[in-house]
Design a protein around this ligand. Structure first.
Ligand SMILES: NC(=O)c1ccc[n+]([C@@H]2O[C@H](COP(=O)([O-])OP(=O)(O)OC[C@H]3O[C@@H](n4cnc5c(N)ncnc54)[C@H](OP(=O)(O)O)[C@@H]3O)[C@@H](O)[C@H]2O)c1
Length: 253
């Protein structure tokens, strides 16, 4: 696995040497519409339906340059209208780095933070989860879902909808394997019918068009992608025939 620094240096389009100011204007200019928000069933609080993941991408330790690059991703994300940032104690330094970005941007009050249970050994897990289940109602579940990995459509998503449980979606791009594959092929012309300007937006629109989905949390090392992803929650969403068209098209690539 290449380090984040290696990946960033390999990226041609301006990611290296990222500072906050240049990305602020880049992110703001093309995306002006307010992203679609959905309510958390248990509280009614509305969240923009595209968030930000931080596994690996924000695990940059104490490196000041990389911390500032992470803050630039967060700035692009917030300025596009994003709010949910997903993290975990098991993502190395990610939580500290998110905290650094929030302080630097003075956005501490603007984030909706998704956290996770952390256990020292696998044996502790069942008891801890049971105690959770016993003492609190479940507000959220987090599952993997994308145009190629659709098992959760069978039971989990309908059940969450029926029980009024919010759903966070991780691995929307199969940790980048899916986006790397599809960009080898032309974006289908029908993407324009639902306002998807890029492959990333088409894949995210597929996910958030499922009515059980509350928020999808793509990860990125690029501020421009953070803004582009949030903007997938603007404009039209695919209806059922269009969802089938997207799935059939991607399935044939
Ligand atoms: N609870 C769990 O078990 C669990 C498990 C896995 C993940 N998660 C959470 O879910 C988040 C997302 O999952 P993930 O980290 O597996 O990765 P992912 O979001 O499926 O994929 C990330 C990859 O997609 C690329 N990408 C992002 N936006 C793009 C765009 N607009 N166009 C093209 N490529 C784009 C990124 O490349 P660039 O850097 O070039 O943009 C990166 O390589 C995690 O960060 C974590 O917060 C939770």
């Amino acid at each position: 696995m290449p380090s984040r620094r290696t990946v960033i240096r390999a990226l041609a389009a301006g990611a290296a040497g990222a500072l906050l100011r240049p990305y602020a204007s880049l992110a703001r200019a093309p995306y002006v519409a307010t992203p679609l928000a959905r309510a958390i069933p248990s509280s009614g609080e509305k969240l923009p339906v595209v968030g930000l993941g931080t596994w690996i991408t924000f695990n940059v330790g104490d490196d000041p340059e990389l911390r500032d690059e992470s803050a630039a991703i967060m700035q692009a994300f917030f300025e596009a209208g994003g709010r949910v940032i997903d993290s975990s104690p098991m993502y190395g330094s990610s939580q500290e780095v998110v905290g650094y970005g929030l302080a630097k941007l003075d956005r501490r009050g603007d984030v909706f933070s998704a956290d996770k249970v952390w256990i020292g050994s696998g044996d502790d897990g069942p008891a801890q989860i049971e105690e959770i289940l016993a003492t609190r109602p479940i507000d959220f579940v987090q599952v993997s879902y994308n145009v190629l990995d659709r098992d959760v459509e069978e039971r989990i998503l309908p059940l969450a909808r029926e029980k009024g449980i919010a759903v966070l979606i991780n691995r929307p791009f199969r940790q980048g394997a899916l986006t790397r594959d599809v960009v080898q092929h032309p974006l289908p012309a029908f993407a324009a019918e639902i306002g998807a300007a890029t492959w990333g937006q088409l894949l995210l629109k597929f996910i958030i068009s499922h009515p059980a989905v509350t928020c999808v949390i793509p990860a990125t090392t690029q501020p421009a992608h953070a803004a582009e992803n949030v903007a997938a929650a603007t404009g039209e969403l695919p209806d059922e025939p269009m969802r089938k068209r997207i799935a059939d098209y991607v399935g044939r690539l």
